[in-house]
Design a protein around this ligand. Structure first.
Ligand SMILES: Cc1cc2nc3c(=O)[nH]c(=O)nc-3n(C[C@H](O)[C@H](O)[C@H](O)COP(=O)(O)OP(=O)(O)OC[C@H]3O[C@@H](n4cnc5c(N)ncnc54)[C@H](O)[C@@H]3O)c2cc1C
Length: 775
């Protein structure tokens, strides 16, 4: 659905740069004058922190505003590469700085008794950080063990803890126990005559992962690989080093154990496009729908009879147990705009706003480990080896021994500091995710030859598509509207982390600990870059009951790496105020990035370059998406809450009119956010597709006995979150693998000895070889 009245993209920033004139003084009552009012009211307020005082929050005094010094520091934002950002830098340099604060009412002189505002912001942040840490520790070490033993369940025992020796030979060796790997391990080990080894670099899930509201605190923790991208030229300009932080799950459940749990499948046209454009037989929507349904246990009674949903599968899907009160206003705002609301965005039509469903069980996280691995973990034919990092795929045949003879025969891995090898009689299956599956292929000699040589890896097979075609959903963070009289409806960290929340959690009644404040309502909308009549929205909106102001920059800004001085300038003046966020996200980005290796080992993180906002249409869609946000915030429902944009702009965008196209573009390039959906780096494709890494049966081209099954095989990113699509891929892959085994009448076999690839060590010399009868 295209929102009526959404304007055409305005003149490009480059155009503005050519003829930009300084903005005229704002008329009374304009957005600018509101901005000034808000800023000066923030300045005049005394700083004061009140914990757990929802009722008093409306009257809560605000912290003092930035001092001239900190403002000046904030103004030293990093120069941006994009048009508006360059022009912003120029604008700042040419504009004379006020010589005294009396010339600029925005900049207050701190009273002699008050601490400087920047110090106050720091103090708040520190206090809040300590408070969050205390709250998490209380939940993890006191509340859960004593009152929620259902969460503090037995860990999955890995093979050694079960007292079973690891075999030398399995039918299938799966690398990675994430979204896809857990599904594969479950499905392949359904046949008791087949032996399966699941290697996972991380460990068991921590009970805290189950708590929905803990989600934003998980990045950079023990369950996160914590990757970083390369500095971005067109995006991330206000993030430290211009890099984007890429959390990826490490441990059972992989990224499904640290993700936001949103259950989305994308649009039916995504899969029809895979079938029709990429020629991938068997991957059209009608082909994949049964696999979405197969894994699903839809627990929302309203959808249980829907032809689009499944009941009884291992993966439970429910509404979140808590939505903040503002969710209702967001939906009303949608109605005001004539947008469909309460739609099943995984059903007949995707367009509209709704409260999302999540991969949840009784309100708690349902990772793929909980859904698929726990029920299978004690099967005698499934061995799970934790803290086991795959180092290389072992190959035989190939270059020196005749083309077409290349075969994956096993995996070398490291556990507890010791390296060992394990053989796969039938197949090695990489399910290490869109970052590490291509990395593993490359360190094993399978990838673009020139790049491999540069990294010190002797190429075995030239596969130019490995690591190419990287796609990710990119969004515009920090678009905040202040609201009044909504203190019981919005989320401010100091209010949500309360004794009442803990009591609600203990009783299992709901409350903020069951809520996903960053996605109270999700929207799928069409900008004018998409055909509205197609029901193929190109933008996703995350409507949040929280803002960067509401957590003192201790969660979102820290996770994204926002420069501290910029945080102080943009959110410092509205710290802990009632505010909401609307985050637009490009659903079908046109930018293509890459993953490459710089060293011959998985221990060196790969180089990740998503090329965010390098395509002009991507930033255009973001700007149009942000304008839909603005329209929602200008509806009578949101006006009743006095919704008004945060008047404090990013320093690099300060000269641009608030929420103008140019300002939104500049903002997007400053505070660029990924929603952590990388795909496409080992893409599926036809035989004649030079960048195809796997065929439509997910077999690596030119190598027998090797598949990739995870988010990396998707040729394009689906128009929605990627966990459910990855699970679908694995469900289908399991059937393909079983079919192929049957048609080849495969029995487990010991690979031929003495044919290891050069530099691969003793791939088949590990004796004695055990057989599956030993299980
Ligand atoms: C913070 C975050 C929030 C997200 N939010 C959502 C959401 O709300 N909804 C949604 O649908 N999607 C979301 N996603 C995306 C979604 O979770 C992923 O697309 C999906 O989990 C990818 O699954 P995968 O199997 O490809 O990889 P992963 O689930 O990442 O699994 C890869 C596994 O391989 C292991 N591994 C890697 N290398 C090795 C090695 N060398 N040896 C052994 N093991 C190895 C890893 O430790 C990991 O367990 C989010 C992702 C993140 C990170």
């Amino acid at each position: 659905m295209e929102v009526e009245g959404a304007e055409r993209p305005g003149p490009s920033c480059a155009a503005r740069e050519r003829g930009a004139a300084p903005a005229p003084a704002p008329p009374p009552g304009s957005l600018k004058s509101v901005e000034r009012r808000d800023r000066s009211s923030a300045e005049s307020s005394a700083a004061h922190l009140q914990l757990h005082s929802a009722g008093r929050a409306a009257a809560q005094p605000r912290p003092a505003h930035l001092s001239s010094a900190s403002q000046a520091r904030a103004g030293q934002g990093r120069p941006a590469a994009g048009g508006p950002c360059r022009s912003a830098e120029r604008g700042r340099r040419t504009r004379p700085e006020p010589t005294s604060t009396s010339e600029d009412p925005v900049r207050a002189v701190p009273s002699s008794r008050a601490l400087p505002a920047a110090t106050m912001t720091m103090l708040y942040s520190l206090l809040l950080r300590l408070f969050i840490l205390f709250f998490l520790a209380l939940t993890r070490y006191v509340v859960i063990p004593i009152w929620r033993p259902d969460i503090a369940r037995e860990p999955v025992r890995d093979v050694q803890e079960r007292g079973v020796p690891l075999l030398h030979l399995y039918d299938y060796v799966i690398v990675g126990a994430g979204s896809a790997g857990s599904v594969l391990a479950h499905r392949l080990s359904e046949d008791p005559s087949v032996t399966v080894l699941l290697l996972e670099a991380g460990d068991n899930e921590d009970p805290l992962l189950d708590v929905v509201a803990a989600y934003p605190t998980l990045p950079n923790g023990p369950h996160d690989w914590a990757f970083k991208t390369t500095p971005q030229e067109h995006a991330c300009q206000s993030l430290r080093g211009n890099v984007s932080s890429w959390p990826r799950g490490k441990g059972l459940g992989g990224s499904s154990a640290i993700n936001a749990m949103l259950y989305y499948r994308g649009n039916r046209r995504d899969y029809d496009h895979w079938r029709d454009h990429f020629g991938l037989k068997g991957w059209g929507y009608d082909d994949v729908l049964p696999y979405f349904k197969k894994s699903e246990d839809m627990r929302d009674p309203a959808l249980q009879d829907s032809p689009f949903h499944g009941v009884g599968g291992p993966l439970t899907v429910e509404p979140y147990k808590f939505y903040a009160g503002i969710a209702e206003d967001f939906l009303e705002a949608g109605k005001d705009l004539g947008v469909p609301v309460h739609v099943d965005q995984n059903g007949a039509s995707q367009t509209g706003l709704t409260r999302p469903h999540g991969t949840l069980r009784d309100g708690l996280r349902c990772s793929t480990a909980k859904a698929f691995l726990r029920p299978a973990a004690d099967r005698p034919n499934l061995h799970i080896s934790l803290r086991s990092t795959a180092l290389k795929v072992l190959l035989t045949g190939g270059a020196g021994q005749g083309a077409g003879d290349l075969r994956a025969v096993g995996v070398r891995f490291r556990r507890d500091g010791a390296e060992r090898e394990v053989l796969a009689g039938r197949e090695v299956i990489l399910a290490a995710g869109a970052v590490q599956s291509p990395q593993l292929l490359m360190v094993s000699g399978l990838g673009p030859s020139a790049a491999l040589r540069r990294a010190g890896v002797p190429p075995v097979l030239d596969l130019p598509g490995v690591g190419a075609n990287l796609q990710d959903h990119v969004g515009l963070a920090g678009l905040v509207w202040l609201v009044d009289g909504a203190e019981n409806k919005t989320t401010v960290a100091t209010r949500s982390a309360s004794l009442q929340s803990i009591l609600d959690f203990i009783r299992g009644h709901g409350g903020p600990m069951y809520g996903l404040s960053m996605g109270e309502v999700l929207g799928f909308m069409s900008t004018r870059y998409a055909n509205a009549s197609d029901d193929y929205p190109d933008v996703q909106l995350f409507m949040a009951s929280i803002s960067d102001a509401g957590d003192c920059g201790q969660v979102n800004a820290v996770n994204l790496g926002l420069e501290r001085s910029v945080y102080e300038a943009v959110f410092g003046p509205v710290l802990l105020r009632d505010a909401v966020t609307c985050l637009p996200l490009v659903l079908r980005p046109k930018a293509r990035g890459s993953i490459t290796i710089t060293a011959p080992t998985v221990d060196t993180p790969p180089t990740i370059d998503p090329m965010y906002l390098s395509h002009p249409d991507d930033v255009g869609v973001l700007v149009e998406g942000a304008k839909i946000c603005r329209k929602l915030m200008e509806t009578k429902t949101m006006k009743a809450l006095n919704a008004r944009p945060n008047p404090n702009k990013f320093p690099a965008c300060d000269h641009l009119e608030l929420l103008s196209d140019e300002h939104l573009e500049c903002h997007a390039r400053q505070y660029t956010m990924t929603i952590y959906h990388p795909v496409g780096t080992c893409r599926m494709g036809r035989r004649d597709d030079p960048l195809a890494v796997v065929d439509e049966r997910l077999r690596v081209r030119g190598v027998r006995g090797l598949r990739v099954v995870d988010a990396s095989v998707m040729p394009t990113v689906p128009s929605g979150n990627t966990n459910a699509p990855t699970i679908m891929v694995a469900e289908k892959a399991a059937d393909l693998i079983k079919e192929d085994a049957k048609s080849l009448n495969q029995t487990s076999r010991v690979p031929p000895r003495g044919q290891c690839m050069q530099g691969q060590g003793s791939c088949t010399e590990s004796a004695p070889i055990s057989t599956k009868e030993e299980l």
